[in-house]
Write a new protein. Structure first.
Ligand SMILES: Cc1ncc(COP(=O)(O)O)c(C=O)c1O
Length: 427
């Protein structure tokens, strides 16, 4: 971008003055993680009052209070079946965290291999790799790092991952055993994969016959727009193309009900669920079925879930609108930043002047606003262009959020003008 010398000096001096003003306000705002606000959590407090009393048997007669029921209660599996589009007998419902299920799948494949693996993933000569769509979810990348799985970055496009690149990599490199996907309102770009992308993922040839799609459908019922995006069913497509074992589909009620006390599921082919259940029996004598019953009796049906998610939407939408309003007012005319306008999910992806993202975060932290970890949306925490930051507006109240956004905007502008004038002075 090109700004005239005098204009740049003036913009830089204005940004310095503004920054100094906010620095003196002794702010302490932490909005680094995308977690539901107390008001959102309050929507599900009735969950704790669901009377189980003498009514603790599941539909199929399982005593929810006792050991056993490794696959999860029938009614919990049925409820998830309506959300993820996989038959209820091919769903496992576990504890509160879908991330834990993902980790355990990875660990299981690492130790034993999948039903299609020639050997345990840990025993593959030369190691294994995963495709990571960037910018993406830091906790997925952290899991790969934990296991020593190589990460190969593929850019996110408007309709999902760059599939030309994914196809080329997956067909030619047998060390690639998986891909992380957040297919709906993805974290952090809020992208919903198109039908064509889902079909290609399900049908493309893979050099590794045990290639797996880790389909993290964390935002399956989380629109911010009135009409929810529709997502093609990866399982149906995989079956159609003869790759029924390829997708491992995860979801949870964490961001529908109480994040610390939701229920999570893994869905997939019969082979995959049987594989999972075999190892699960070693780990535990069964999941918390009392909570499964409570969750099902609270959420009741897809229609009720929709009503609840509409209440979440009403609480979240003004915050996401505020992000756009403040960024647009503060940064819209300078051309030093751009940001997404999410249709759903929990995040806004902010792109600042390349070379300044770290500095923006540093400046904001010095002014009392903690809002992002630079590089966190990239494997190994490395954003080579130092340009991308994740904004999570859900938790703070609207006043705090507005202040934080004003500070972030000033920091984006200050870092950009400092950078541009430093570059101009050496030219
Ligand atoms: C993409 C994605 N997957 C999973 C999770 C966590 O899900 P759970 O609470 O079910 O472990 C999050 C939470 O932010 C997320 O953004």
């Amino acid at each position: 971008m090109k700004i005239a010398h005098d204009d740049l000096n003036r913009l830089k001096s204005d940004a310095d003055t503004e920054y100094l003003r906010y620095s003196k306000m002794d702010l302490r705002i932490d909005m680094a993680r995308g977690i539901p606000s107390p008001q959102q959590i309050d929507l599900s407090m009735a969950l704790l009052d669901v009377p189980l009393g003498n009514d603790y048997l599941s539909e199929d007669g399982t005593d929810s209070r006792n050991y056993g029921g490794q696959q999860g209660l029938l009614e919990a599996r049925r409820l998830f079946s309506t959300l993820v589009g996989v038959p209820e007998d091919q769903i496992v419902v576990g504890g509160n965290s879908s991330l834990a299920l993902m980790y355990e799948c990875l660990a299981q494949a690492w130790r034993y291999g999948t039903p299609d693996s020639p050997r345990a993933w840990s025993q593959e000569p030369g190691g294994i790799s995963f495709i990571c769509v960037v910018p993406g979810y830091d906790r997925h990348f952290a899991m790969c790092e934990d296991f020593g799985i190589r990460m190969i970055s593929v850019p996110m496009l408007d309709d999902g991952p760059d599939m030309e690149l994914v196809k080329r990599l997956v067909v030619s490199d047998s060390s690639i055993k998986g891909i992380w996907c957040v297919p709906k309102y993805s974290n952090p770009t809020s992208t919903t994969y198109s039908k064509a992308v889902v079909e290609t993922l399900a049908s493309m040839p893979a050099a590794a016959r045990d290639f797996r799609i880790f389909w993290d459908n964390a935002y399956v019922v989380h629109p911010l727009v009135e009409v929810d995006d529709s997502l093609e069913n990866i399982y149906t497509q995989a079956v159609r193309h003869g790759h029924s074992n390829r997708p491992l589909i995860f979801a949870s009620t964490s961001k529908m009900t109480l994040p610390g006390a939701g229920i999570a599921e893994l869905a997939g082919s019969k082979d995959n669920t049987a594989w999972w259940l075999k190892a699960a029996a070693l780990r535990s004598v069964g999941p918390d079925k009392v909570n499964q019953l409570r969750q099902v009796r609270f959420l009741r049906s897809p229609e009720k879930i929709k009503e609840l998610m509409e209440q979440h939407r009403q609480l979240l939408l003004p915050k996401f609108e505020r992000v756009h309003e403040v960024f647009n007012r503060r940064l819209g005319t300078f051309g030093v930043a751009q940001w997404t306008r999410p249709r759903g999910g929990y995040f806004v992806s902010l792109e600042v002047l390349p070379g300044t993202a770290k500095r923006v975060v540093e400046l904001a932290a010095q002014a009392g606003v903690k809002f992002a970890t630079p590089g966190s949306c990239f494997p190994y925490g490395i954003d080579e262009r130092d340009y991308q930051l994740r904004i999570a507006p859900s938790y703070p109240d609207i006043l705090q959020l507005t202040t934080a956004l004003e500070v972030i905007s000033v920091c984006v502008a200050k870092a950009a003008f400092d950078h541009l004038s430093a570059v101009a002075s050496v030219e």
